[in-house]
Design a protein around this ligand. Structure first.
Ligand code: SF4
Length: 454
């Protein structure tokens, strides 16, 4: 105990031998897994530079709000977080990064208390910017034109808080320009991470004790398109060959990725989780065309058949949007029926939200909020029904569960995920965190399975 105490004091001694309190930084992250990965990576940069990372509720010297701009609600939540940070410590440095900062830098910089906006690139220079603010510079706008970005910004994780599942960003940007989506303007064109850099990080993750990695990106299906000699399948195979990694999960894909060759190859990779998130958005071809999506329901159906016929126990999850401009009741019902036919194991339902600067925002026949809400409820009910049906197919089965954390509000229980993304709770304590345990699934309890570790 005493040794540890001395160590802490030594860490805080400056070159001049004078004890100084460590500076603190705190993060609030909105939005997707890519944002979470990037917050972790930026937090590693601060830690390397002597900062202590504290919770967002605490008094901190620097606050980073990593924003999302997918919907109006995301923008609002980002603004709330900015105000909260400045209220907690009026003398703090508040930096806003991420997609909302990238697309609306001037608007964000006008919010009282914001010292800097940095967007979705150049985050590796963040300490330099903090020092500039400390020496008196104010209201820095470091947001650059993302549309001319040609390279993947290497942001590595060097410290890991959890040791079960790691999200690994391997792709940046999107060049699809779906008519409702602001992301191509927030993240710029597609850029893939170099395969050697990916493999180096996966090895590092394996050495650090992670058993599962999730390969993610803004538009993962585009991985490798702009560079020669690699593609998503190739990187999955390389990752698969790394000792220590027991599970590989893929982030959101599009049906166009699911070819016979792809399914045949991944079917031979036992570490690859039989869980595919195939973004559908609409089950009506007319709406898909208006959305500028690059597939139609026929192709989608074929991809799903390929997966279901070749990958045992496969779970297919999706994103579905309701209330896209011009979506009639008939279109909506077509979309609902198609989702039912596919038999998703879960549907993430989104209500269309107009984003300034996108073609859909100025389309005629915008749908009112009440109607969007009604359609969303119907789709959510369908999701619950399909999820229950999928889960019930596993009653009595023994499945391998990677336990992640203690159950909140239920002492003596621990929860984790099967390979096909079923959440399971079982009796157990924190010693099981990060362990793969054979578990008998015996009862569906809402969106959870109750199980017994064997
Ligand atoms: S594929 Fe479409 S929805 Fe997805 S990020 Fe790109 S533009 Fe947005």
């Amino acid at each position: 105990m005493e040794d540890n105490y001395n160590e802490i004091i030594d860490e805080n001694l400056n070159n001049d031998g004078i004890y100084r309190k460590k500076k603190t930084v705190s993060f609030h992250t909105l939005g997707c897994k890519v944002n979470q990965y990037e917050s972790e990576a930026v937090s590693s940069i601060f830690e390397k530079n002597g900062y202590e990372v504290v919770s967002f509720e605490q008094d901190s010297d620097v606050y980073i709000i990593n924003t999302c701009t997918v919907t109006n609600l995301s923008d609002r939540k980002s603004r709330q977080a900015i105000r909260k940070a400045k209220k907690t410590n009026p003398n703090s440095i508040v930096i806003v990064m991420g997609c909302y900062a990238q697309t609306s830098s001037e608007e964000v910089l006008k919010i009282p208390g914001v010292d800097m906006v940095i967007g979705t690139k150049d985050r590796s220079r963040i300490i330099e910017y903090v020092e500039r603010i400390e020496s008196g510079e104010c209201r820095i706008n470091a947001v650059d034109n993302i549309m001319v970005s040609g390279t993947f910004e290497e942001l590595k994780l060097s410290t890991y808080k959890e040791r079960t599942r790691a999200y690994l960003k391997i792709q940046e940007g999107c060049s699809q320009f779906c008519s409702y989506c602001i992301i191509p303007y927030a993240r710029g064109p597609i850029r893939s991470r170099k395969p050697d850099d990916i493999i180096e990080e996966v090895k590092h993750l394996a050495e650090s004790g992670f058993l599962e990695i999730v390969l993610t990106g803004i538009h993962l299906a585009s991985f490798g398109r702009e560079i020669k000699d690699t593609n998503l399948l190739d990187i999955i195979k390389k990752t698969h060959s790394i000792d220590g990694i027991k599970r590989i999960r893929l982030g959101s894909l599009e049906p166009t990725t699911i070819t016979e060759e792809f399914v045949d190859a991944v079917g031979r990779l036992p570490k690859l989780c039989p869980h595919f998130h195939l973004s559908l958005q609409s089950g009506c071809d007319k709406t898909l065309a208006e959305m500028n999506r690059k597939y139609r329901t026929d192709e989608y159906r074929k991809s799903v058949e390929l997966l279901k016929n070749n990958i045992p126990d496969v779970a297919i999850t999706t994103d579905l949007m309701v209330g896209f401009p011009g979506e009639t009741e008939e279109d909506f019902l077509m979309s609902r029926d198609f989702a039912e036919e596919i038999g998703f194991s879960k549907i993430h339902v989104f209500k269309y939200s107009p984003r300034k600067g996108t073609p859909a925002a100025v389309m005629k026949n915008q749908i009112g909020p009440e109607e969007k809400e009604r359609r969303s409820e119907i789709m959510l009910d369908l999701s619950d029904e399909l999820e229950k049906k999928y889960m019930e197919g596993f009653v009595g089965r023994n499945m391998e569960v990677l336990y992640e954390q203690e159950m909140q509000g239920k002492e003596g229980y621990i929860e984790g995920l099967t390979k096909n993304y079923i959440r399971v709770m079982a009796k157990g304590d924190s010693n099981l965190k990060g362990k793969l345990m054979e578990t008998k699934l015996y009862k569906v309890n809402g969106t959870l399975f109750e199980g017994n570790i064997i």
